[in-house]
Design a protein around this ligand. Structure first.
Ligand code: UD1
Length: 373
């Protein structure tokens, strides 16, 4: 029996992407282990996703917690180096663009352990985003680049990546969405949170939007424009709580803003499914709303997911223009395009498992020969 491959996950969006890949590999009897770095650790940021998504309990939990970028990334690297030095996996799979992703990619590259990057090739071309740095470095190191949408292939080709390393596989986050679609029921979560029938959902956590007081002030003003039009539910990521509250978030509470704790996967998507519009700075939510057909107003100057604009329901919006954009979206001025992104069909996990299985089959006999067995 070959040694198991290893998945490294750490933050909310990683869990959503890993679930269908692990399921598809398990159906092919590929041995696998799950390492959770502990980048996200609160029950509402981690445990609830494992329950909602039927993810297996991690085989290894590193428990690194929060810190500056250097501290967090370094803590993950030190801990992972120990894990992988004790037993070298034939392949490590990393997901998305978080600090856990880049940390694992660097450690594996230095130990000579091959890596596969799920969600390779996305580029915002904005290096002030920590995620963009994580994407560029991870892609430059990974042996297998598993790409969610066609522009990712072009981005990688422009950076000199050979066609043999890239595979267009579709979007595993959408596999998870389609798998659980029947479980997204807005009624119960709306009632639990006391939200009226007509509402928008908002999420905010990007450093560029919530870390500095001026930026947080612009976000609160934008939310003020939104609540003037309809109730808004804001499941608040812990990152922005203090700065947004200082910027006056509390004053919107009596005017139709419902600030709630971070929600689990099923409750959050249930709420989104019943919403008239979504206001966000998240990456994954731009993709999920595209498939759900819900207008998405993204409070960012750029997106690494332009396909959600060309083939979806996403629009980039300046905070000062949010009120007008919401009016347009609610009056049907933001028509959904006919065709969704190619291969966002619920089969990405299967395709990824297929690529990995073939890759392992091609490599393992050679590894056996090296050992002389
Ligand atoms: C991280 C990712 C971001 C992703 C987001 C999804 C990086 C660089 N960023 O951002 O790309 O969109 O996850 O949610 O990896 N905190 C808690 N409890 C937790 C986790 C975090 O209270 O369980 C608080 C801490 O104050 C922490 C802060 O949130 O310092 C930021 O957490 P961190 O993981 O560093 O980045 P995110 O903003 O969550």
């Amino acid at each position: 029996m070959p040694d198991p491959i290893v998945h490294v996950v750490g933050a909310r969006p990683n869990f959503v992407k890993a679930a269908p890949v692990m399921r598809a590999l398990s159906a092919r009897n590929v041995g696998q282990r799950l390492v959770h770095t502990g980048q996200h650790y609160d029950a509402a940021m981690s445990d609830v996703f494992f329950r909602d998504l039927d993810l297996p309990r991690p085989d290894v939990s590193l428990g690194v917690g929060s810190g500056s970028h250097a501290r967090q990334t370094a803590a993950i690297m030190v801990a992972l180096e120990e894990v992988f030095s004790a037993g070298r996996p034939p392949l490590v799979i990393v997901y998305g663009d978080v600090n856990s992703t880049i940390a694992a990619a660097i450690v594996c590259a230095k130990l000579g352990i091959p890596t596969a990057h799920v969600e390779a090739g996305l580029r915002s071309f904005d290096r002030s985003m920590p995620e963009e740095v994580n994407r560029v470095v991870t892609d430059s190191l990974a042996d297998l680049l598993l790409v969610t949408s066609p522009e990712g292939l072009d981005n990688l080709a422009r950076e000199g990546v050979g066609a043999e390393r890239m595979h267009l596989v579709g979007n595993p986050m959408i596999d998870t969405l389609l798998r659980h679609m029947e479980r997204f029921r807005p009624g119960p979560v709306r009632e639990r949170l006391g939200v009226p029938e007509r509402y928008a959902v908002a999420t905010l956590h990007r450093p560029a939007n919530v870390d500095r007081p001026e930026a947080a002030g612009r976000m609160v003003a934008a939310l003020g424009e939104a609540v003037a039009r309809m109730a808004v539910v804001l499941p608040l990521h812990p990152r922005g709580r203090a700065s947004l509250e200082t910027a006056g978030l509390g004053e919107l509470a009596g005017r139709g803003l419902h600030v709630v704790e971070p929600l689990g996967y099923l409750e959050f998507l249930s709420l989104v499914r019943g919403a008239s519009a979504v206001i966000t700075d998240s990456g994954g939510i731009q993709e999920e709303t595209t498939i759900l057909g819900i207008p998405c107003l993204t409070l960012r100057p750029n997106t690494e997911r332009p396909i959600t604009i060309t083939n979806g329901t996403n629009r980039l919006v300046e905070p000062e223009a949010l009120g007008a954009a919401l009016d347009a979206a609610l009056s049907g001025g933001q028509a959904a395009p006919r065709e969704g992104p190619p291969l966002w069909d619920g089969q990405a996990g299967q395709r990824i498992a297929g690529v990995i299985e073939s890759w392992l089959a091609a490599r393992l006999p050679a590894a056996g020969a090296d050992r002389g067995d």
